[in-house]
Design a protein around this ligand. Sequence first.
Ligand code: CAA
Length: 404
Amino acid sequence: MNHSLDPLFLASLRYWTGMNLKRSNMNFEFTEEQIAVRDAARDFAQNVLKPTIIERDENQRFGEEEAKQMAELGFLGMMVDPKYGGGGMDTVSYVLAMEELSKVDASSSVLVSVNNSLVCWGIEEFASEEQKMKYLVPLAKGEKIGAFCLSEPEAGSDATSQTTTAIDKGDHYLLNGTKNWITNGGSASTYLVIAQTDKEKGHKGINVFIVEKGMEGFIVGAKENKLGIRGSDTHTLMFTDVKVPKENRIGEDGFGFKFAMKTLSGGRIGIAAQALGIASGAYELALAYSQERKAFGKEISKHQAIAFKLADMATEIEASRLLCLKAAVLKDRGQNYDLASSMAKVFSAETAMRTTIEAVQIHGGYGFVKEYHVERLMRDAKITQIYEGTSEIQRMVISRSILG
Ligand code: CAA
């Protein structure tokens, strides 16, 4: 079959590659601005985050000082329009920054990802001008931290099964329920809370509300003791008869589920880039170690058993990077990126898990102790297969897209 004459094939290829086939505009070069953002993130990660990450991981300490410095450098609202106090950067720059930060410290990079993608983006894209001025500006400047509250004790992957309720009481909603595993749960001041307002209507009876820390009846519960990303603060949140003003609902009545899905589509690019960074951080450490450590009379990198591991790691990391950048470019061009972000996330997360396990293996006994960083990266990798949609959920999104 001559594919070049098949219009269906051409259409799918155009969609797939996002390029104009007559006038190929694929470009693998970054702009000067993108390179500057990447280098700034790399310097910050190596010089500021790295010296404290082992201690913060050990003590499950949220790095307030590190977060403050990331805010000052503009990482917490890097994609927000400057008119709302953000950095006005594109999604490609965000991916580059996320990779560099995550090479060293995935606990700090998840703060960057959640604040940018799940909180700031959702408000900038869908909230009213008044809501943006009141809530987005301090979030984009990093003066306040945001949290995205969708998961519940019995609603994780099955996100439509919300049991948190928000009952319409005229000028306010009465919010009741519990949210679980909320990133930035303790350090945030602004919470986007998804809740059921009309059970009869299924996902069309779900809304999203801006809830402030300190509202009566809102309690930040226990901090989770986690396997990985131990420097990020993850909490249970409890809402008992919290009066949320009507003007704090985002969008039309019933828009909450679509808000969550659209927001998560972009969030998955951030987590894919986080997974990419965890993988490339572990790979760089393993590569350097394998060129120093000698066994049987030569550097272990010169043994094929190790060299082939490095080859596979490098190849999978490059493929992850291309998938992340593809999703970012589609988003920056205003094209649909739902499929691309799920592909980037599942592939990068699986790559992060495989690569970090191999990085520990290459380090041998040293890999099993904290000073060499790779065991932490291996523990951190696991969450990328779980949050913002498990690998199974990404495969569900991808297969539905393929199969219709
Ligand atoms: N954009 C816009 N609308 C979307 C959408 C998208 N990406 N995906 C689905 N929808 C719409 C559908 O079109 C449908 O609307 P209509 O009925 O009007 O057509 C509606 O949403 C319901 O969609 P589905 O029938 O596909 O819903 P479903 O119940 O089968 O679930 C799902 C779909 C993809 C599995 C979804 O439930 C999901 O993504 N689950 C995972 C949730 C998740 O990622 N949780 C992460 C928690 S947040 C977190 O981890 C943050 C953190 O702190 C780090």
